[in-house]
Design a protein around this ligand. Sequence first.
Ligand code: MG
Length: 338
Amino acid sequence: MSLIRFEVHLYRLIPKTRIGSVASAKSRTGALLKVTWPDGFQGYGDLFPWPEFGDASVEDQLKALQTGRISQGIEQSIWLARRDAQARMYKRNLMRGLPRLKNHYLINSLESLNESDLSEIKQLGYQTLKVKCGRDLDLEQTWCDRLLRQHGFVLRLDFNAHATPADFHLFMERIPKALRNRIEFVEDPFPFHQELWKVASQLVTLAVDQEAARVPWDEFSDTQPVPFKVLVLKPARQDVEKVMAQVHRLRLKVAITSSLDHPVGQMHAATLCGEFKKLYPNTILDAGCFSHTAYEDNEFTAYLPTRGPFLGEMPGLGIGFDDALNSLSWTRLEHLKL
Ligand code: MG
């Protein structure tokens, strides 16, 4: 462990509106990691914790790393950085030759949504919206109905487990069945409970994200199916190979998303989207790697090769951003004052 060298660049992202249904609109701190291995490989990763979901702060995780303790977030960051490093070593771009996935557009706050935003989103070519729900169910229900009926969007709804089973049923039953079919899935409607999720899954397709931590995976099999059809995979937060093993065993579909993190994290997620789409075309659904639409622009956003809902190949090696990464100031982990 001590043989790996870490250099750190701390950054801030400034949300355009409230993010998720639990965070405040303050700026958020994350860290880019430049990781150098004894074999000379060097790659980049992102660390962007969500204390709202129980993560330790970036400072605490880096302090722990100074004493050799590796959090789940840092472990994933190192794993992703190694992929980047290998591509850089062999002068390859990680996106080269991979299929491009459509991304959903994230609506963090329905309170500030207006019709001109919606026509712009539509003109840019987005067909699917992911809408954060669970703060004001009446308002959200009205909006969902309108987005489906008048605008023809496909919806992914994410309640972050904030509804109750009763509220959730009411919410869904008020959306006519024909429209409900255009809700691709509902993520984490309420805290995972096998029986209650099973009942809810009769109303709409369910997806598991944060609630995956509560799922007793080993109890499920072909004969004992899970009460959800989709798994949201965030490579920045989860052991990708372990998750994919469950996905194949239980025949789930997967939506790969960024962790609403830095463009470096976005590109890492996007490269995995392309790789897995190539390997498992019927398993991988549209992606959710467009974190940048939720934050004020930064020096990395300008480089993002977006075209409508697609993310293309970033110029450079690995995940790209070569010039932007080179121009940052980096501090050796052991010299970092936290
Ligand atoms: Mg979620």
